[in-house]
Design a binder for this molecule. Structure first.
Ligand SMILES: [Zn+2]
Length: 172
């Protein structure tokens, strides 16, 4: 079964009163922009840098809040970029595209299953907080979590003035 269909059925089993639209398609460019434009909030649960950068760019351009989560082996991370706030840092400020970043994917490296649950729950919490304007979100804060040691670490994310996506020189 397609992941999106499995998710749709699980969500409807939890709450039959909601409406779930499952799209089983690879999106990029104008189609990605269009989808982001018509939603209030984006959660990036992808497993590769090109997708994360494309989603970051679309969210920045459309001024939508982005909840980014990732997990690999025993390490997880989560951060929020609320592009409704002017002068927000972005994912590209944190992980510039083109850097020599080793692409580690769950498909090849594996991931400790409960870690995905932890990061997913944190993303859900941030999504609810963003929608309801409750509490303080992880806007411009990166949480790094190692489940092997149960160590949590927080890093403030600074906007990169020279960022190719959100930097001053790229603004029109
Ligand atoms: Zn940026």
């Amino acid at each position: 079964m397609l992941k999106v269909e499995s998710l749709r059925q699980s969500l409807l089993a939890l709450n039959p009163d909601i409406e779930v639209q499952a799209l089983a398609e690879k999106v990029s460019g104008s189609r990605l922009d269009e989808l982001v434009k018509h939603h209030d909030l984006i959660l990036d649960c992808s497993d590769n840098f090109p997708t994360r950068h494309a989603i970051n760019q679309a969210c920045f351009q459309q001024g939508k809040p982005l909840v980014s989560g990732a997990a690999i082996k025993m390490d997880g991370q989560i951060c929020v970029f609320d592009f409704r706030q002017s002068d927000s840092a972005c994912y590209h400020c944190l992980f510039p595209e083109g850097d020599e970043v080793e692409e580690t994917r769950c498909a090849t490296m594996g991931v400790f299953a409960p870690l995905v649950g932890v990061i997913g729950c944190l993303q859900a919490a941030e999504a609810l907080k963003l929608i309801t304007a409750a509490g303080n979100t992880l806007h411009e804060r990166l949480i790094l979590f190692n489940i092997a040691s149960q160590h949590w670490h927080e890093v403030r994310i600074a906007k990169d003035p020279g960022c190719a996506v959100c930097g001053a020189e790229t603004q029109l």
